[in-house]
Design a protein around this ligand. Structure first.
Ligand SMILES: Cc1cc2nc3c(=O)[nH]c(=O)nc-3n(C[C@H](O)[C@H](O)[C@H](O)COP(=O)(O)OP(=O)(O)OC[C@H]3O[C@@H](n4cnc5c(N)ncnc54)[C@H](O)[C@@H]3O)c2cc1C
Length: 504
């Protein structure tokens, strides 16, 4: 691996695994290390939302994930004392090719991602800890500690995906900033008996603290409860979980056995900067928040997808490192919003007295006005994430009514076909690494301009134009022309790729 373009990914949790796999797919030399000798068996995050699944599908792992998980197509908020449904969100109508949540224990997610990474040539180096880091203009020197020795190594770039207690974050001299009202959750993976539908995820509001129920495979489920500070106790007892389930889930769920019990303390906080020169922070290293809404791992996976292709342009294709500032520009506001929304969701779920009445009224409205329910479903699935104001989102010429805009997640346009004439989705086209340039009209020189950055795909449509789909599925350039100079200027001026890479 060349020191100047190789990337070290620190942490083989879901975020590090996605980052490393995407980088490898895009031809970047990667090392992926984790201090743990073996993958965690703690189930932790249990939901993959639709937008993450779209990205993971492009990585080629959707069938494997679905085989180990359970599709959940409805989310309900219920009164934990009476069981009355306050609001229900139907996920089947959300605008995604995967209109549901996939409930799957985190070790299964990680196992599937690690298998894919290995296929791509990235094997997790276990028992290897990042302990020191110093960067200069050309690279980053790191110390990697194993039981046997300290290794000094040099990389072009470092991705800190080392979780909530990130060493990388500490070594670049930044820290999480936020509300810091630490909240404690009792959580457990249990066997349950319930008459509640196993295809529905649930949040129960309760004055003692919000409770959540996520059905996993067969009779297994994840239960989560906001609790008081448990002090030194590392885990609740099974009896405590049984009692919390009984009290806060309106007696509708009975625990019959347990797989994993833990207490989990969380703050609501975020680092001010995701980029520190040649070091980029992603996932829990960059933002931590309540598990309400199951957004944490999903947000991290999408950080990784956003970062990887930009880093590949810089590390492999010589793009100006300034491109990496767009990672902060695009992902920091998303993280900030997740911190804000999950904090509110947790507090609202716990409200009592007049505030609870207000909450219940608001939920009644959401549950009974379809448009509001749909909006909530889209937000929960992270489908509302987009980058319309990003410096990378460029429209050339007039916007045609009804067509997608730059910065939006690429929809599947009518008339998209494989060379053999069969219909194909953008997500399937993104299984090929790199950009996808959808072209309707003369695509003569466009392939030469795009070079090995991606693939040109002709589109049957009435109007001439082109749309450049980024490897993370969002639209970068949308143009009402197929003029190669428009694409050339976008690549050179906006993505800052040197002209030599894309020259005809
Ligand atoms: C107990 C617990 C319960 C959780 N429950 C939920 C939940 O119910 N719902 C939800 O959405 N989210 C939950 N989360 C959060 C969720 O697990 C994270 O959002 C998700 O794992 C983020 O992934 P990540 O890859 O950023 O970090 P992590 O999964 O934390 O992975 C970081 C990796 O970095 C490694 N590492 C750390 N330091 C170093 C170092 N110096 N050198 C090398 N390797 C290092 C660690 O060993 C670890 O494997 C929970 C987290 C915990 C800890």
């Amino acid at each position: 691996m060349s020191a100047t373009n190789g990337v070290l990914v620190v942490g083989a949790g879901p975020v590090g695994l996605v980052a490393a796999s995407q980088l490898a797919r895009l031809g970047v030399p990667v090392r992926l290390i984790d201090v743990l000798e073996a993958p965690t068996d703690e189930s932790r995050a249990v939901v993959i939302h639709a937008r993450s699944l779209e990205m993971l599908a492009a990585l080629g792992v959707r069938p494997q994930l679905e085989a180990r998980g359970r599709r959940v197509d409805r989310f309900e908020i219920a009164d934990g004392r009476t069981g009355a449904t306050r609001a229900a969100v139907d996920l089947t109508g959300i605008p995604s090719r995967h209109p549901s949540m996939l409930d799957i224990a985190q070790p299964d997610t990680e196992a599937v991602l690690a298998e894919r990474a290995a296929e791509l040539g990235v094997v997790v180096e276990r028992g290897v800890e990042l302990t020191a880091l110093a960067q200069d203009a050309d690279g980053v020197e790191v110390t990697l500690r194993t039981a046997a020795e300290d290794e000094t190594a040099r990389f072009g770039w470092v991705v800190g995906a080392d979780g909530a207690h990130s060493t990388t974050r500490h070594l670049v001299g930044t820290h999480l900033e936020g509300g810091f009202h630490g909240q404690h959750f009792a959580m457990a993976d249990v066997e349950v008996e319930t008459s509640l539908a196993p295809t529905t995820g649930r949040m129960f509001t309760h004055p003692d603290g919000v409770a959540m129920l996520f059905p996993l495979r067969e009779t297994r489920a994840r239960v989560i409860f906001l609790v008081d500070d448990p002090g030194d106790a590392a885990a609740p007892t099974l009896e405590q979980i049984e009692a919390l389930t009984e009290e806060r889930m309106a007696g509708r769920v009975r625990v019959t056995g347990s797989h994993w019990l833990t207490y989990f303390e969380i703050h609501h906080a975020q680092v001010p900067q995701y980029r520190h020169g040649r070091v980029l922070l992603a996932g829990d290293a960059a933002h931590v928040h309540s598990p309400a809404g199951a957004q944490g791992m999903n947000t991290g996976i999408q950080d990784a997808a956003n970062l990887a292709w930009k880093l590949a342009l810089v590390a492999r294709h010589g793009a100006d490192p300034g491109l990496l500032d767009s990672y902060q520009e695009e992902r920091h506001p998303v993280g900030a919003e997740v911190v804000r929304v999950t904090t509110t969701l947790t507090d609202v779920g716990t409200a009592s007295g007049p505030l609870a009445a207000l909450r219940d009224a608001a939920m009644f409205v959401v549950g009974h006005v379809p448009a509001l329910g749909e909006a909530a479903a889209e937000r929960l699935a992270e489908l509302t994430v987009g980058y319309p104001h990003s410096s990378l989102s460029v429209r050339h010429g007039a916007h045609r009514h009804g067509t997608a805009k730059a910065g939006e997640h690429a929809p599947d346009p009518e008339g998209l076909r494989r060379a053999d004439g069969t219909p194909v989705a953008v997500e399937e086209l993104l299984e090929r690494p790199g950009f996808v340039l959808l072209v309707h009209g003369d695509d003569g020189a466009l392939g030469d301009v795009l070079g090995d950055l991606g693939t040109v795909v002709p589109l049957d449509a009435d109007d001439e134009g082109m749309a450049l789909v980024r490897p993370d599925g969002y639209l970068g350039l949308v143009a009402d022309t197929t003029d190669p100079d428009v694409l050339r200027r976008y690549l050179a001026d906006v993505l800052r790729v040197p002209a030599a890479v894309t020259a005809i």
